[in-house]
Design a protein around this ligand. Structure first.
Ligand SMILES: [Zn+2]
Length: 216
């Protein structure tokens, strides 16, 4: 495996810095996590975007959140077809094995995946239309919702609305998983839809009664 290179120096330095400070100061806590295993109360599905930092905005420590990140925080529908389903596997493990009581889908502003979906739906991204585009085929999950925002003229507003539709789509698709639907029905699992404004540090939560995202 000659293509696997040593870690770059800046990361080696950062690691040793963490080991000498954060780890050393909290060694007991880390060892307890190792021996007792994880018992996170919440699962979070967020975007891979490096600016989205769910542990930071909730001040969460190791062991608190079971986190899955993918392009545009999308959950596909329940498709038990024997293929490779990374996102569905994380949901299954969180709900059936860990028994999380909260499942949070976190969308965000300026999402590149959502913008790609908009470009694709407007016919401006032929590269995403190709069968070989994993991003394009992944964003197909959200494609039907584009019609809901197609008439919005302001580009920023259009993207924000589709970002929020992505969260709602994920919640809807989560409910197609039988073990999620039954956990929600018996009250052992709550689903939550959030959207964060990166520049403003804002956080909005989907309110089912008013059918809108409201500031937290
Ligand atoms: Zn994103």
């Amino acid at each position: 495996m000659e293509f696997a290179k040593p870690l770059p120096n800046y990361l080696i330095k950062r690691y040793h810095g963490w080991k000498a400070t954060t780890y050393t100061e909290n060694q007991g806590w880390y060892r307890r996590l190792a021996t007792e295993g994880q018992r996170p109360r919440a699962m979070v599905i967020s975007c891979c975007d490096s600016r989205v930092h769910v542990t930071s905005i909730f001040g969460a420590d190791q062991g608190e959140f079971f986190i899955h990140r993918n392009i545009a925080n999308l959950v596909p529908p329940f498709e038990p077809d024997g293929e490779h389903h990374g996102t569905s596997a994380t949901v299954e493990y969180a709900v059936k094995v860990l028994g999380v009581v909260h499942l949070i889908v976190l969308g965000h502003s300026q999402c590149g995946g959502i913008q790609g979906c908009i470009d694709m739906c407007k016919g401006n991204a032929p590269e995403l239309e190709e069968k070989e585009s994993f991003v394009g085929r992944w964003m197909d999950i959200l494609r039907p919702k584009f019609t809901e925002v197609a008439d919005i003229e302001d580009a920023t507003d259009q993207a924000r609305q589709l970002e929020k539709h992505a969260v709602i789509t994920s919640l809807e698709n989560l409910m197609t998983f039988p073990f999620v639907a039954s956990a929600v029905a018996d009250g052992s699992l709550d689903l939550h839809g959030l959207w964060t404004d990166i520049g403003e540090g804002g956080l909005e939560c989907y309110d089912h009664d008013v059918g809108k995202f409201l500031q937290v």
